[in-house]
Design a protein around this ligand. Sequence first.
Ligand SMILES: C[S@@+](CC[C@H](N)C(=O)[O-])C[C@H]1O[C@@H](n2cnc3c(N)ncnc32)[C@H](O)[C@@H]1O
Length: 252
Amino acid sequence: MSFNVAATAYDRFMGRFSRPLSRVCVDWLEPRDDDRALDVGCGPGALTEVLADRLSAASVTGVDPSEPFVDAARQRNPGVTVLQASAEALPFDDGAFDLSVAQLVVHFMTDPRGGMSELRRVTRPGGVIAASVWDFAGGRAPQSVFFRALREVVPGAEDEARRAGARRGELAALLRGAGCHDIEEAELDVEVASPTFEDWWEPYTLGVGPAGAQLAQLSENQRAAVRERCLDLLGEGPIRTGATAWAAKGTH
Ligand SMILES: C[S@@+](CC[C@H](N)C(=O)[O-])C[C@H]1O[C@@H](n2cnc3c(N)ncnc32)[C@H](O)[C@@H]1O
């Protein structure tokens, strides 16, 4: 699994984007002070931390299938309950939460419909279910320049654009299919600065996620060609990477 990696590697690769996204996401969700929140696919705990700050550690629970991420999320968020579990089989009673969120996770679920139904099941009637996925299909993901270069070197390489939630309207459709109502959609924007090209590139060499896993499987020459093409496209830096996530929320 491309998420069976050290939390520090994840931080450098995706955490640099998911931390600011977490703040934008929670501002958009506007949780109530007394909400019990579930962070599904919490990773090392970017959104978990923002939820715990806004609510309280005791009222936040995280789950993730990756053991190193569960360990990191526990260590980083004392007082938060973090369990090893997948969205498709959440180990909670019906209606246990007021707010259930899957940030940057739906496109990794083996069964996105089943996963969203589970999020709704563990949310109380009247509670909120929400999800976000980068706009891979529209070329507005943090990895979009990398995937453009990768596909020039390896035609047909997977760029996550066909995954669930990566297109406008797909997350809303999943929520509707799970039985949610009063669905709202949003585009959540972040911008991340890298002082140099090397600072931007190095996280791709850590084997994290589909991008890192694909790069690791290339020959040395192909890897060098992808790096060179990214450098052509971005320059030596500083580099500002803007990224946009599709987001949708609905009511149980
Ligand atoms: C891009 S990371 C997002 C992590 C975190 N939510 C964040 O915003 O930084 C995707 C996460 O989804 C988790 N994941 C993969 N498949 C999953 C599933 N079926 N159910 C729940 N989480 C899953 C991975 O282990 C990984 O931690």
